[in-house]
Design a protein around this ligand. Structure first.
Ligand SMILES: [Zn+2]
Ligand SMILES: [Zn+2]
Length: 361
């Protein structure tokens, strides 16, 4: 079984032949059909997110169950599944209070799982939920996969595993964008384009896409942006006030992971409006807000992980949107690649050339 292994920060991933343990109790053996290459994979590879090598990245996958141990959820060979990079135990305080996206056992379940063995006998971990989407096959905890209908295309389902759910969910489930509103989306990468789709699904009147890259601004128009702004050419604050009789945005999303842009999103939001932080800054960074104005202007600042989605329900909600034509998944795929091409896909992502590269197995 082949995997593209993360061997060291900023060193090329290496395709290796590995053996995989059989599934034990509570575990499921999945053969991935497709896995998207996400910016968080790059962030681990370049050291922004601290996850140790050697390990196998990839957390935006969908595939088919090959074999299953005894599972509470009753997984069977042939089941079609999407990986959930936040495993959801279904039993903790958060999972039983409709907040599975911050499941209290997700790290314990997802981290440190080492089902892969190299020819020299050393073990390798599947990173991020233990999903190892950059391997042809994985043995995962049942809490880290969600069964979906067999008829839905797996290469589209894979995208729901991270970027689509994170972005669309930020608009629909976290910020709860309202009909007729003015929304601003700062950062139009794979997640930002999906925040835009979420705002469109919520029937926002104005969706302002902000990005330095002209190709991303163009893509944003396809996904539903009504206006685009190059922040080097146009003052965003003035532009947004011009659209809103001077008030500011009803909803502003930061989808880069920059404390300075988090603050800008706050500043361009109207009194009583909602600021939603989606991008993940460096783990040691801090953001500052005007202490008095948070109170006096009654703004809501919302952080969101995984689109605040409860994946066992909301993957199916998003599949409904896709089947109804409201959610464009095919348009997100810039290129289909093989396992050998992941290093090139990282490069293309860093250069801003692609929304999503998707590995097909
Ligand atoms: Zn991701
Ligand atoms: Zn839980």
């Amino acid at each position: 079984m082949k995997a593209s292994v993360f061997v060291a920060n900023n060193e090329p991933l290496v395709v290796e032949e590995l053996t995989l343990d059989p599934p034990g109790p509570g575990e499921v053996h999945v053969k991935w059909d497709a896995c998207g290459v996400c910016h968080s994979d790059v962030s681990i590879w370049n050291g922004t997110l601290p996850i140790p090598a050697p390990s196998i990245l990839g957390h935006e996958g969908a595939g088919v169950v090959v074999a299953a141990g005894e599972t509470k959820l009753g997984f069977q060979p042939g089941d079609h599944v999407i990986g959930s990079f936040v495993p959801t135990c279904g039993e903790c305080f958060y999972c039983t209070h409709d907040q599975a996206y911050v499941c209290g056992k997700s790290l314990e379940i997802g981290m440190g799982r080492m089902p892969y063995t190299r020819p020299d006998g050393s073990r390798i971990m599947g990173a991020i939920g233990g999903l190892a989407g950059f391997a042809e096959e994985a043995v995962v905890h049942e809490a880290a996969i969600v069964k979906i209908p067999d008829h839905f295309p797996l290469e589209e389902a894979a995208l729901l595993g991270c970027g689509v759910t994170t972005g669309v969910g930020a608009a629909l489930f976290a910020a709860k964008v309202s009909e007729g509103s003015t929304c601003v989306v700062i950062g139009c990468g794979g997640v930002g384009q999906n925040v835009i789709q979420g705002c469109r699904i919520a029937k926002a009147a104005n969706i302002v896409a902000v990005d330095l890259n002209p190709a991303k601004r163009k893509a944003a128009e396809h996904f539903g942006a009504t206006h685009t702004v190059d922040p080097n050419e146009t003052g965003l604050d003035e532009f947004v006030r011009g659209l809103t009789e001077g008030r500011g945005a009803d909803f502003a999303f930061e989808v880069v992971g920059s404390p300075a842009l988090q603050r800008q999103a706050y500043d361009i939001t109207r009194p009583g409006g909602t600021v939603c932080w989606v991008g993940v800054p460096r783990i040691d960074s801090e953001s500052t807000l005007p202490a008095a104005l948070v109170v006096l202007e009654n703004k809501t600042v919302v952080g969101t992980i995984y689109g605040s989605a409860n994946v066992r329900r909301d993957f199916l909600t998003l599949i409904d949107y896709a089947e109804g034509g409201a959610l464009d998944l095919k348009g997100l795929v810039s290129q289909e690649i093989s396992l050998e091409d992941v290093n090139d896909a990282f490069k293309a992502m860093l250069e801003g050339d692609v929304i999503r590269s998707v590995i097909r197995y």
